[in-house]
Design a protein around this ligand. Structure first.
Ligand SMILES: [Zn+2]
Length: 334
């Protein structure tokens, strides 16, 4: 997929094209930003641009080199991904040996580390030396959600590009182009994605809707009797293999983001939770819920949602984490 096919990341692509044109390519890039916004596709497009057999502003996407890179079977192109939870030391050693070989056919040999935050400490250390003294004609692209989980020694040796969340128009366009989802589903998934394309959510439509409807019923009334119901539901959701707890966190994040949006008087057509069916009025429900909170409380809850997610990532009990979050929201509702 050449640069021309990547949507919503003009800023990143401009920086990369600029570096290619001026032949000022750093030997290591670090692409950061949330999942599913085009970081990996951009890395592939860069490898194609550097090696395409046709000369042009962008890779052609059709020559043998471009196609082999896309299929990940080009001899001078390698993608490293976590095996299990981590990118292992052996994977790194093998890839570094490979990187030191002279390119077979390519102008530039390209190594991508997709999920660089999953480099173990030993694996990261093994990498450092190569980042300091790279072999000529090699480019390393590290892809990570943020720099937070990466050693500073790695970050400082790479040129970082921050990828931006996609606008709702672009995520919806991509979903419409790449799937045959109904319009209702396109809008729902776009709102859950919070600036990313999560097309795989389509299979979970009914679960997402149940979670959303249950939460909205509660968020627009805050009755104590429904609180008990909700806490019981949280207990079940935290244990379910359908991962309702994840949908709840995703949804609450979009909801409280929209509450700040409304509070600042920003345009309603940019809300993530919009009216995607004829018989619901999401904006009215958002405004109804917004009456319960000050702006400060909304920010506080937003922070708490992120905190709950981080705690679960560190193996906290899922039921307890979402119960405690709902209680926090309830106590703040006045
Ligand atoms: Zn090509």
């Amino acid at each position: 997929m050449p640069f021309g096919d990547i949507l919503g990341q003009e800023h990143a692509i401009e920086l990369l094209c600029h570096a290619v044109q001026r032949d000022r390519m750093p030997h290591a890039w670090l692409f950061t930003g949330q999942a599913n916004i085009g970081k990996f596709k951009t890395a592939v497009a860069l490898a194609q641009k550097l090696n395409c057999s046709k000369i042009g502003e962008d890779a052609c996407g059709k020559c043998d080199f471009c196609l082999q890179i896309k299929e990940e079977n080009f001899p001078d192109f390698l993608v490293l991904r976590p095996e299990g939870k981590f990118i292992k030391i052996d994977q790194v050693r093998n890839s570094l040996n490979w990187l030191n070989l002279h390119p077979d056919q390519a102008k530039k040999r390209v190594l991508i580390l997709d999920g660089a935050e999953n480099l173990g400490r030993e694996a990261a250390n093994a990498f450092l030396k190569t980042l300091e003294e790279p072999a000529p004609n090699t480019i390393i692209i590290l892809i990570a959600l943020s720099t937070k989980q990466l050693p500073e020694t790695i970050v400082s040796r790479c040129q970082q590009i921050r990828f931006r969340p996609l606008s709702p128009e672009i995520t919806e366009y991509i979903l419409r182009r790449n799937t045959d989802l109904s319009e209702e589903l396109v809008q729902l998934i776009s709102s859950y994605g919070m600036g990313s394309v999560k097309g795989n959510l389509a299979n979970s439509f009914e679960i997402m809707q149940t979670v959303q409807n249950t939460a909205i019923k509660w968020l627009t009334t805050f009755k104590s009797e429904t609180l008990e119901d909700l806490l019981r539901t949280c207990e079940v959701w935290g244990k379910s293999k359908n991962e309702e707890w994840r949908f709840l966190l995703d949804f609450l994040e979009t909801w409280f983001r929209d509450l700040t949006w409304i509070r600042f008087g920003l345009p309603e057509n940019k809300l993530l939770n919009r009216d995607y069916t004829l018989n619901v009025d999401r904006v009215r429900e958002l405004k109804q819920c917004g009456k319960y909170f000050t702006l400060h409380q909304i920010f506080e809850i937003f922070r708490k949602i992120k905190e709950s997610r981080a705690a679960i990532d560190l193996n906290a009990n899922k039921s307890l984490a979402i119960e405690s979050l709902c209680l926090h929201i309830y106590r703040n509702a006045t």
